[in-house]
Each structure stands twice: as C-alpha cells, then as structure tokens.
Write a protein that binds this ligand. Sequence first.
Ligand SMILES: *[C@@H]1O[C@H](CO)[C@@H](O)[C@H](O)[C@H]1NC(C)=O
Ligand SMILES: *[C@@H]1O[C@H](CO)[C@@H](O)[C@H](O)[C@H]1NC(C)=O
Ligand SMILES: *[C@@H]1O[C@H](CO)[C@@H](O)[C@H](O)[C@H]1NC(C)=O
Ligand SMILES: *[C@@H]1O[C@H](CO)[C@@H](O)[C@H](O)[C@H]1NC(C)=O
Ligand SMILES: *[C@@H]1O[C@H](CO)[C@@H](O)[C@H](O)[C@H]1NC(C)=O
Ligand SMILES: *[C@@H]1O[C@H](CO)[C@@H](O)[C@H](O)[C@H]1NC(C)=O
Ligand SMILES: *[C@@H]1O[C@H](CO)[C@@H](O)[C@H](O)[C@H]1NC(C)=O
Length: 828
Amino acid sequence: MSFMRIIFLCYHILVCLFDVSLAVDSISQDLSLNDDGNDTTLVSKDGTFELGFFTPGKSQKRYLGIWYRKIPIQTVIWVANRLNPINDSSGILRMNTTTGSLVLTQNGSVVWSTTSLRKPENPAAILLDSGNLVVRDKKDPNSEAYLWQSFDYPTDTFLPDMKFGWDLRTGLNRNLTAWKSPDDPSPGEFSFGMVLHNYPEAYMMKGDQKFYRSGPWNGLHSSGSPQVRSNPIYDFKFVFNKDEVYYTYSLKKSSVISRLVLNGTNYVRRREVWIETKQRWEVYTSVPLDLCDTYALCGANANCVISDSPVCQCLKGFKPKSPQAWNSMDWSHGCVRNKELSCEDKHKDGFIKLTELKTPDTTHTWLDQTIGLEECRAKCLDNCSCMAYANSDIRGEGSGCAIWFGDLIDIRQFAAGGQDLYVRMDASELEHANEGHKKGGVIVAVTVSLAVAAVSGILILLGWYYRKKSRTIVKDRSDFSIKEDQNSGMQVDDMDLPVFNLATIAKATSNFTIKNKIGEGGFGSVYRGTLADGLEIAVKRLSTSSGQGLNEFKNEVKLIAKLQHRNLVKLLGCCLEGEEKILVYEYMLNGSLDSFIFDQQRSESLDWPKRYNIICGIAKGLLYLHQDSRLRIVHRDLKTSNVLLDSELNPKISDFGMARIFGGDQKEGNTKRIVGTYGYMAPEYATDGLFSVKSDVFSFGVLLMEIISGKKSRGYYNQNQSHNLIGHAWKLWKEGRPLELIDKGIDHSSFLSQMLHCIHVSLLCVQQHPEDRPGMSCVLLMLVSELELPEPKQPGFFGKYSGEADSSTSKQQLSSTNEITITLLEAR
Ligand SMILES: *[C@@H]1O[C@H](CO)[C@@H](O)[C@H](O)[C@H]1NC(C)=O
Ligand SMILES: *[C@@H]1O[C@H](CO)[C@@H](O)[C@H](O)[C@H]1NC(C)=O
Ligand SMILES: *[C@@H]1O[C@H](CO)[C@@H](O)[C@H](O)[C@H]1NC(C)=O
Ligand SMILES: *[C@@H]1O[C@H](CO)[C@@H](O)[C@H](O)[C@H]1NC(C)=O
Ligand SMILES: *[C@@H]1O[C@H](CO)[C@@H](O)[C@H](O)[C@H]1NC(C)=O
Ligand SMILES: *[C@@H]1O[C@H](CO)[C@@H](O)[C@H](O)[C@H]1NC(C)=O
Ligand SMILES: *[C@@H]1O[C@H](CO)[C@@H](O)[C@H](O)[C@H]1NC(C)=O
C-alpha cells in the first residue's frame, strides 16, 4: 500500500469518526475510485458534495455520479456513465496521467472517459465545493484553467454558477436532459436547451416537439417568467455577446441549498430548495406553470389568457382560421387576418399595441440592440414579411429592437409583468382594432402588486409581521384594563379575569329576551346586550352540557381570556352563577362573515381588497392561536359563521377555545368528541377524529374558497352533482380555469394574479394528507407574498362528503343559524 493510500485511509477514518471534512477531494496519479474496494468516494473540501458509485431507484446497475453528501435523501446532481451503466461492482475510476483524462472502466473495458484540452504534466481530478468535478494540471499556476469540467456536461440538474447555454468559441452547448425514469438516469425524451435564434431563447422539448418556451431575455427576466425577480435566495443573469449566450444564477447565502432540476416524470423544470428542518426538498418555482404555458396552445396569431374562458383569443384584427374547429376548442389552426396585408401600400400600414404579453416564438426574428422603438417601427414597415416589433430590453424606458417575421406563435397574456408588442395592421383595420383594444387594455393593464413584492419580501415581511403583532397586543391590553374599570357590576378575579354578576348580564340583555338573541350555535345561544355604561356586548350563554367542573371551566376561561389578538373576538369576562355559564364578548357590529358573502346584496359591498383583508386577518388570528399564543389552540370549528366583522369589516375569529372549555382533548391526537362542521372538517378529523393544527388549516382552506367563490362549501354542487366546492375548485384548477371559481359579483379585473394566488393557497390547504398542508405561518407568508407555490395535490373530500352518508354512529346535532354543528360522540 502506497504512502498516499495510507493517508487516504486515515482521512477516511477521520471523516467517519468525526464527520469533519478532511476527506480526499481529488484523484491523481496514485489514487482511484474503486466500487469494489475501500476508496469508494471523493468528497469536496467543505463536505458538500460527494462523487462515487450509486444505484438509482430499483435499478440493478451501477453509475458514477455526484450527490449532496449531507442530504439524507440521495439527490444525484450529475451522472458520468448515463449511457453505459456498469453491471457489477467492478467499476474503477482512474486518471490517465499521460492524456489527462478520467477513465471509468468495468472489468477492464472503458465505459466512460473525459477528453482533455491539453496534455498536462501532472493532472488531477478535483471535486470542488460547487459540485463541479474538474481536471486540472497541478503544474499550472492558474487554478481555474480546467482541462475538463463536469459543469460543461450537465445531466438533469442546473447548479448555482453553472452556465446554461452556449460557448460560441468552442461550440459547446450546455443543456439539460431529464432522466428516463427515477430508476434510469439515461437521457430521456424531455430536455431543455438554449436555442441560438437571432433573438435567443430556451425551449423545453418532449422528443422533437416543442413543449415549453422560456421566451427571450428582456433585460429583466425571460419574457415568459415575469414573476421571476430579485429575491432573497439567488441572483441571476443572462449573458449574450459574441462569445457566449447563457443564463446563470448564484446563491446569495452559502447556507442555502438550491438547484434547478428537469423532471421527466411530470415534465416540469423546478427550482427546489432544501429545507433542513423538514428534511426535504421544497418546490420554489416550477415551469410550465399552467395551461397557457403549453407551447402554441392557441395556434398562430392568438393570445392565451388564463383568466378567460376559453383561454384562447385571436389577436385584435384576426379571426379564427377555422371557426368551426375554433368554437369546438380546437385552436391548433390559429387565426388569420381579417384583412390581408398588401405589400404595395406597406407604408400606410400601422400597428396596434398589445400589452402585458409573453412575446412570440423568436424562430424568425431579427435583432438590433442599438436602435429604439421609432427606428424599429420603420424597419418593420420596410419589410413586407415583418409582422410585429418590440423593445428587446424593457428596462426603464425600453431599448433595442426585435422584429418578428411570419406568423406570431405562442403568445400569452400576463396579469402583470408582461411586455408590449406592436402588431402590424392594414390601415383599414387600425381604427376598428384600436377601439376594441382600449377596452382590453384596461382589463389587462392593472394588477395590484402587493405592498411587499414577491419573494424578496420574506424576511422583511416576517420582521414586519412580528413587530406589528406585538404592537397590537400591547394596545389591546391597555384597552382591556380601561374597560375593566369603567364597567359597573363587575369584579376583577385573581387572574385578571373580569367576572360579571348574573344580574348585570340579565339587565344588559333584557332578561335574555328572544328579541336580543342574535345566534344559536353548538355551544349555546348568543344575545346582544348593552351594559349600563353603554358598552355593547355579545353574551354567550353556554348550554349546560359542558363536560367540565366549575373550577376547570373557570381555569379554561381565564386562559382563553388571556388570548389577545386583533383578529380574535375579545373575551371581556364571564359569569358563573348556579347552573349558568356565560361568556361576555365584545359586540361585533357587522355580524358574521357568512351573512355577507352568501347574501347577494351584502356580498357586493365586499370587493376584493376587503375580502383579501379578511382572508389575511383570519390567517393572522389562526396563526396566533396555533403558534403565537402560549396555549396552542386548535379551533376545530372554523367557518364563516364563526368569523365576525367589526365596524370596519376587520375579521375576528370567535368561538376559539370552545373545544377546550367543553373538555375536548387538549393535545394533538385522537378525540372521542368530534366537534366541527361538515364541509369544513378535514377528512382525518371527520372520519377518524384526528385533529391537529392541520385540520384547522383545512377548514381555513375551505373558508378561503368560500370567500373567493361566494359559494357555500356544503350547499354547492355543480350541475352534474358530482363535486362539492372543493371538488369543483380542483376540477377547474386541473383544467387550467381556476379563475372561473371567482364570485361573479366581484369586479376582479384588477386583481387577477392575487386571486389566482389565493385560490392556489386554498388548494394547498385542503390537500388530502395533513402533512402536505402548509402550517398557518407558511399560509400567511404565501398569502402576502408572490412566492411561487408548489402544485397542490388532490384535496380531501373531493367528491361528496363520505361523512354525510354515515349516520350509524350516535350523533348529537345542534343546529346553528345556517350550518349544522355536529358533535359526534363515539360509542365506546
Ligand atoms: C479494505 O480494507 C480492509 C481492512 O479494512 C483490507 O483488509 C482490504 O485489503 C482493503 N481492500 C482494498 C481493496 O484495499
Ligand atoms: C452487462 O449486462 C448486459 C446484460 O445483462 C450484457 O449484455 C453485457 O454484456 C454486460 N456487460 C458487461 C461488460 O459485462
Ligand atoms: C492512457 O491513454 C492512452 C491513450 O488512450 C493509452 O495509450 C494509455 O495506455 C493510457 N494509459 C493508461 C495507464 O491507461
Ligand atoms: C472480465 O473480463 C475477463 C477477461 O477479459 C473475463 O474472462 C470475465 O468473464 C469478465 N468478467 C465479467 C464479470 O464480465
Ligand atoms: C442539447 O444539446 C445537444 C448537443 O448540442 C443538442 O443535440 C440538443 O438538441 C440540445 N437540446 C436542446 C433541447 O436544446
Ligand atoms: C420528479 O417528480 C416526481 C413527482 O414529484 C418525483 O417523485 C421525482 O423524484 C422527481 N424526479 C426528479 C429527478 O426530481
Ligand atoms: C425581410 O426580412 C426577411 C427576413 O430577415 C429577409 O429574408 C428579407 O430579405 C427582407 N426583405 C426585405 C425587402 O428587406
């Protein structure tokens, strides 16, 4: 055994014992990687990446590859012998010191090898901390003069600091090809590469068919991804000069682990981020995103508008080539001009300006980055086959000139962040088209971008939210103590819990007269009342069936009285006399949310910004219950009738802590009593009594859908009677028509992307499996940012509720105003 080998072994032992990164990161003269021996892997200096032999999925074959060393889920980012797997463990990787090439052999025969640019004196292969396996000459003082590097031959993964695209000097094209299957890393039919049109852009290909188009770089982002912008995770850039055309990105923090990977199973390119606390990869962005990202879905000269139904529209001045096919939703024939252009009078032609677009396929284009729009227009007019022009760089006022020849293919419309395109029109068409356009322009031009933009907002947002929250609590506390002093007929108990006399309450409610009754719920009746000092209160007279003793009850109420949040109805005190158990709350002028959104007239007063405010408020209140209060309360009966609105239509959650007061299990887990309302209950709760914060998230998701759609989760069935609201939303989502869910009464033209985002969040909340649902902190972040969200999985209660048919168990039904709250006592 050579001296080097001994050192190598020592390193290995050290690594095993202490997990320090002293492992060998290079192969040179005397070292090899031997699948059958002791020296089986190379580890990069800081221990991030590891090179060695592996067997993917259910395969029997051995491959040489690179993976993240510290990530327990084996995540292979590069494979050497994709095309030539090794049958057994006889694989050996060696450096041929004469040629400077790495050679992988099986039982002596070569299965894979690298080429080398030069003949080196003392070559070594080194696995860098970036995940790049490089060959360099140790005699060369320039440590970055690589003779070969794996970054030039990516497989399905695009790592930080890789280049995606072309080196025009050498003709090298770095593109991605998905694995054939999780068990087979050989190149599949799905690939993604930069194509060198005059105006370059990247295409995803499924076999030899175009599948998705990134759109050309417009100075800020690819034309097809306006949502990609400055963010806390990575920087990105596009380089386009005479030597190189490539896209690259780098991570802002070395602690973040993120990669782009092309997935041949579900045909997407995702950015994933490793979440250490959850020990899993989370999808950060994903393309293609929706139906309109399907390449050329609408055929030539048409626009795909995801919020329209049907999604395909001919461009202004164009009509369906085959109206019959078009009307039966076969858009492949595309659209043709109402009036053909004539080349003779070409200078009389004009242009109509379309806005917020993904610019068309650039296969037939011409580009001049030095001229502006005016000259661009002139160039276009000058050439009969020019169909459209646009700025090639939209930063600032816009600059550069791109010209399209022939049919315009694969255009789509964004709610915001798209770009202008000037489409050539015969003079006679112009006036007509422009009239129509003005109307369209208004619809598409505006979208509210949230105060806090996108991804970049996360950290600021968290800080903002927590600061804001603590202020709120302090303020509420001071309000609270003032009222204590003012109210007559009330003692302050040992733990700051105001206790009212029954006489005071009786007087305030005119002896619980029926006229003052404002609601009836599973836990008792609610009365409106006025204290002697004029303060309006809501009095909840609990039914006597609480499973608790008096002291237990008092303690629970004291704890719950401590919960203070602007989005929770404030518990002012309680009253315990004889059999009476009464809770006194602040009175909410506007009543419950259901009385608004399900009422045709009142719902009109809730425009989208108000609804959005309500949604976020409920999320904040629920987050406080789940996480920020000391009690960790699972509401278990969240629904529109339990959300009250104050005079400014701010939402406040009511009936929180009721499950505690009524003696439900307080830990996460299984409960004998199922307290909740069908239509809102998570499947695991309704059928197995399993409750957790995630069952509240489910209810929140349903509530969100109701607020967006104005339809009741329970009452809603579509014509064919096969889906409930969740099922309906899911169907629309899968068909790429999610915006059809939106309440017809809302004027939604300006808020499409925000609404779409909320629908997306609601679907994530109602996913079948609790572990797939986000927690409320995450839900809130999703709601207030423009983060790209993962694709939702199938929701729970997709069809009719199975729970409804099951009446065999003894149920104790307590009717409330317009939903049924059900307490299900399991027979034991
Ligand atoms: C591997 O290590 C063992 C001792 O740990 C040694 O006996 C064996 O010869 C080594 N095999 C190779 C191929 O170096
Ligand atoms: C590997 O296995 C395949 C099929 O079992 C066989 O055709 C091939 O010859 C084997 N290759 C080597 C190098 O043993
Ligand atoms: C290195 O490669 C050269 C050229 O392919 C070959 O002739 C030579 O035998 C190789 N040397 C080793 C040690 O494999
Ligand atoms: C390895 O190669 C030798 C000779 O080239 C051959 O006899 C032997 O069968 C091979 N072993 C395997 C497992 O392919
Ligand atoms: C990827 O690059 C290879 C080699 O240049 C080329 O044959 C292939 O068409 C490219 N694929 C895509 C999708 O650009
Ligand atoms: C592709 O996506 C599927 C489903 O999400 C997943 O199971 C698989 O691991 C993914 N493949 C890669 C290479 O990421
Ligand atoms: C118009 O542009 C096309 C495409 O670049 C070119 O082939 C053609 O020669 C041009 N015609 C004129 C008259 O400039």
